[in-house]
Design a protein around this ligand. Sequence first.
Ligand SMILES: *[C@@H]1O[C@H](CO)[C@@H](O)[C@H](O)[C@H]1NC(C)=O
Ligand SMILES: *[C@@H]1O[C@H](CO)[C@@H](O)[C@H](O)[C@H]1NC(C)=O
Ligand SMILES: *[C@@H]1O[C@H](CO)[C@@H](O)[C@H](O)[C@H]1NC(C)=O
Length: 602
Amino acid sequence: MFRIVSILVAACVATSAWAVEVGERVENFRLLAHTGDSHELYYHSNLDAVVFLVQGNGCPIVRNAAPRFAELRDEFADQKVKFFMLNSNLQDNRASITKEANEFGYDIPILMDDTQIIGESLDLVRTGEVFVVDPKTWKVAYRGALDDRLTYENQKKEASAHYLRDAIANMTAGEPVALASTDSLGCLINFPEKTARASHANISYSKDIAPILADNCVSCHREDGIGPWAMTDYNMVRGFSLMIREVVRTQRMPPWHADPAHGEWANDRSLSDDEVKTLVHWIEAGAPRGEGEDLLANIDHTYSDWNASEELGDPDYIIDIPAMEIPATGVVDYQYHLVDNPIGKDVWVHAAEILPGDRAVLHHTITTFGDIMTEGKYKGELNRKGGLRGYAPGVTSQAYPEGTGTFLPADATIEFQMHYTPVGRATVDESKMGIWVYDEPPTHPIISVFTANPRIKIPPHAANHMETVERTIPKDALLFNLMPHAHFRGKAANFIAKYPDGTEEMLLSVPHYDFNWQTDYQFKEPKFIPAGTTLVQTGWWDNSAQNKANPDPSAEVTWGEQSWEEMLFGAMLFRFLTEEESAQMRAERGMDQQTQEVASAR
Ligand SMILES: *[C@@H]1O[C@H](CO)[C@@H](O)[C@H](O)[C@H]1NC(C)=O
Ligand SMILES: *[C@@H]1O[C@H](CO)[C@@H](O)[C@H](O)[C@H]1NC(C)=O
Ligand SMILES: *[C@@H]1O[C@H](CO)[C@@H](O)[C@H](O)[C@H]1NC(C)=O
């Protein structure tokens, strides 16, 4: 994993520019492209070659090489080859990269290495260089110049040697690459942390590392937490340090999947670029203990079972959900438990939270309430009047925004829809629901709006199938939360607001949807949604064999409740504005006053 030796060699041998030499293995990584899509290197394990051009804004060599790079992409379009650009420049950012891409017509995803940790580990030296990774071994099969056309002083009309093309052609023909490295030109990339590598052994575990882990990781990585191992002290962290580096490089951890370019979120779990750099550099320096206290060993690891108790204290009421025996294997159908509201009076619910009995098997819970129908076709079934919060891994905060709540009548019947996934050992799940109520009725009822498109049809083997669903919001409202939902084949999701004045805004983009984390994205500042705004939710699915979670790439997949079926489903939390609030918000934004309600449409 560590290439300390080659780093030292590279530092000593001035002519050897690359630490990742031809024949060395490239570790996996995931990066966002300037276009907002997310790419993981090892996803492409079925290809013959993954090709990179090291891009940097303003570099004439890159600008000159890019058209030929795109030609090669077209030339190999029918082959199993993927082309990327990779930008590790300190001085470039998404806006400037996008500007450069538009100006020079780049239509290849430019992966943005904002923290430089990927470029550092590849020991990139110059923009304009190309390298090719062989997915059979993940080793570098070629690195150097694209061809022999460009020199610093002038350029030939035509190249006489086509190094990159030949290397790719060798690989698609299943031959060894005949010429595996050449000298290359380009603009030097400044990697200040690479020069400063010796000082990384001085990064303080006590002052710098343990606080990052305590703030960002320990709430799950603790005894009885949902993380697979507990960060109980330095020794545990050191033992798992290479794993930490890997999950950070591949963006598996922390589990936060929103593109930071859109929206600000109260429950943002991501690390800052500086935190990522500090953590990775410390690990690459051998994760030294250094001086000082061990914060992790001294943390009070006792947590309340109830997440909302952090804000609201112990629940006012606890409702037992009927126990359920879960077999070791097989499929358990959705369970629907009806429970008479035990509270004994009408209440306004401020927070409702499911406490899973066995987190390993409880996949999700959806809680609704209403009356049992006494006649007709649906006699004995629930006539749903409202919902309380559900459960899914990754959904943490359950309190409704202050001043909003849900009215739960004394005579309501509560339905718990429980979805269980057997995990190889038999168990009994005894989940509970905690309920916190307002003493005085809140000023606004909370409105849950759901989107669902039951007509989705995902063709066999489709790697990037897209479908949409939309809802129009009939009255001026504040939007608090957005939650996209799909199953094993879910790949990406976003929500776009189409405002009545014709403008559009990306409210949330989740370029790498992860079924294991059902995150409810909570706006830092509630979003004003004028009446007549249409919220468009788009989902993408990966039904190819490259999606490791895909149970059957040959299946045509349609809507269904089980995880091997699919959903295009979304949950949003609103409250409507009063006339005065609406008048004020519109005045602040220079908008016309709302005159009438807009018809709600699907
Ligand atoms: C492999 O590369 C060499 C030059 O490096 C080239 O002459 C040869 O044609 C290539 N093989 C294929 C199958 O393209
Ligand atoms: C590391 O810290 C020690 C002690 O403070 C200091 O003497 C040394 O110069 C530092 N090393 C680097 C490379 O910064
Ligand atoms: C409770 O939820 C908050 C907000 O989402 C989160 O920051 C915190 O870590 C959670 N606490 C536990 C014990 O899970």
